[in-house]
Design a protein around this ligand. Sequence first.
Ligand code: MN
Length: 263
Amino acid sequence: MALDEYRRKRDFSQTPEPDGSASPRKKRVGAGLFFSVQKHLASHLHYDLRLEWNGVLLSWAVPKGPSIDPADKRLAMQTEDHPYEYGTFEGVIPQGYGAGIVMLWDRGTWTPQVPDVDTALRKGDLKFTLDGYKLKGSWALVRTRGFGSGSKPSWLLIKHRDEWAGPIDITEFAPLSVKTPDADFVDILATDSPEVWSTNPPAKSGDTGRLFQRIIAQAVAMKGTRSSGRTAPASGPAARAKGRPAKTASEGARPPRRRKGRS
Ligand code: MN
């Protein structure tokens, strides 16, 4: 079964992730194949690319995230197939495998640019187009000789040159959720239980550890402000939490567009 490894790695009494028991998706004739990218702050920040195929989501962990610059070849470590309904998951994994925060960073449909996807996957050269909110146009996944964690192979994710390519860092330019408008990791954690990692965050040291510390502190402050039901003054703790001036490179700046008020 394609989802055995997915289920073996998780304790569904401890995680809000789907257990894959939903009946297989009935494909509508003419409906595109689903794809999504989930930005996952766990022991390290990475982006999980998921392509619907044969009723499950083929999955790759992309440490640096997708790049729309054809000069970049992004390492994409294949991971276990995920259930179809995982594709729109966004939330907090409190403990265990993948503990951290998951943001739905992009979603849409994908179209193979090869006559036979299974053959292309076996050969290690899959060409396809994406039609998401952030990622569009023609791409390739090319298998390398190396291996990722476990027995799954490593691939390279490469943007083909077309009108959707450009020298823009798309993860910096468009860092936020496509599921919860304008939400970043702080917002996602604040709607859950930001205290969950007060003693034992998923990463404790290095850049990721510091990022977790800041996100946890801001989410706790944001939730405290919300639940007290008052409107915070512009200079109050909520404003500081929402302004988040100390962006790190890994979380990125907001795109240059208006921010919706939150309260
Ligand atoms: Mn992940």
